[in-house]
Design a protein around this ligand. Structure first.
Ligand SMILES: C[S@@+](CC[C@H](N)C(=O)[O-])C[C@H]1O[C@@H](n2cnc3c(N)ncnc32)[C@H](O)[C@@H]1O
Length: 198
């Protein structure tokens, strides 16, 4: 192999189909299974960069919808020309008011593919990851409409499982999925909450 990076099937497919990351196929599978996104919806994508989830969402919600991406990374200019997309360079935990995102109302859907920076020390990474997940669940009342949908990436651990059980009742439907395009060694999976209660 002339290249040390493992370029798998989904990496090649994303490149061929002009998507900004292979993660597109995770959201696609989640949406096909659980019907998260619909035309006309207003969506926020926490940690959008480089933006394959934005590309997917933009197509599904269409001209009447809008997707707002937030990331601490510099704005990806490849997305700024798309009509129903807005991207911001911000830390999601520093948004005090939705007006900072030029929206008036809460969102129909909150997506989060965020991950903390990893240390390689498994126990520490698990704690950081769960802290992040808990903080995002904590933001839901501010960002998500009652009746709205939620997708979040979680790294598996016993503590994460326990925490998620406590969150289940905040939604009418609560699902777990490990998408096919997730590498089999990865401990990540996705939680899908439908119809947020309050
Ligand atoms: C796995 S990437 C997202 C990939 C994206 N879903 C896609 O399809 O292109 C996770 C992103 O979360 C961002 N992130 C982590 N913590 C954040 C925070 N507190 N606020 C905003 N973005 C954050 C990182 O900068 C990183 O770009």
């Amino acid at each position: 192999m002339g290249n040390f990076k493992v370029k798998d099937h989904y990496f090649d497919k994303a490149k061929r189909e002009n998507y900004l990351a292979r993660s597109i196929y995770k959201l696609e599978e989640i949406d096909q299974r659980f019907k998260i996104l619909k035309p006309g919806m207003i969506v926020v994508d926490f940690g959008y960069y480089p933006g394959s989830w934005i590309q997917y969402t933009s197509k599904v919600i269409g001209d009447d919808g809008r997707v707002v991406g937030i990331d601490i990374q510099e704005v990806n200019k490849k997305l700024t020309g798309i009509k129903n997309v807005r991207v911001y360079q911000k830390d999601i935990f520093n948004i005090s008011d939705l007006a900072q995102l030029d929206v008036l109302d809460k969102f129909d859907v909150v997506l989060s593919d965020m991950a903390p920076s990893t240390t390689g020390v498994q126990s520490l990474d698990q704690i950081r990851s769960l802290n992040l997940v808990e903080s995002v669940f904590g933001l839901l009342p501010k960002f998500l409409k009652v009746g709205g949908n939620f997708v979040i990436k979680v790294f598996d651990s016993q503590d994460a499982q326990n925490y998620l059980k406590e969150q289940k009742n905040r939604f009418n439907e609560f699902h777990y999925l490990k998408p096919k395009s997730t590498r089999s060694v990865s401990k990540e999976f996705f939680v899908i909450g439908k119809q947020f209660k309050a």
